[in-house]
Design a protein around this ligand. Structure first.
Ligand code: ZN
Length: 130
């Protein structure tokens, strides 16, 4: 049995509204607990995913910088919005760190590639001179 908060009438436990006065028993309205659990952070998740894609792509030489930038931007927005709105920022922080790793890897890749290309060109020039 449960009792109507409006008129005090007895109602069945599964009653949705009071049989006597029609007051709603919908307890989810107004009594929703203030959840301590943080909300999801779509921008942070986007930043995390983008930076992961960048991490994969930076070794191919394509898109590493683009995804680094996108990952960085989305992660940064995710962190600032997350802090403001009480959302989870773990993934956003991870995205930020991964984008920075992508950036460093892309730089290394460029330097290594540049060195290799210079080496090849140097050899080609040497061969041509022979
Ligand atoms: Zn009632």
């Amino acid at each position: 049995m449960k009792y109507c908060t409006g008129c005090g009438a007895e109602n069945r436990d599964d009653a949705v509204i009071c049989e006597k006065c029609g007051k709603s028993f919908d307890t989810s309205v107004g009594t929703q607990p203030v959840s301590a659990e943080a909300k999801n952070n779509p921008m942070g998740i986007a930043g995390f995913v983008l930076s992961l894609v960048g991490l994969v792509l930076c070794w191919t030489g394509y898109g590493g910088f683009i995804f680094f930038l996108l990952g960085l931007i989305f992660s940064a927005i995710g962190i600032s919005h997350g802090k403001r709105d009480g959302q989870k920022i773990g993934l956003a922080i991870a995205g930020l760190i991964i984008s920075l790793i992508v950036f460093v890897l892309s730089i290394i890749l460029l330097v290594v590639l540049g060195a290799i290309i210079a080496e090849i060109l140097g050899s080609a020039t040497a061969l041509a001179l022979l």
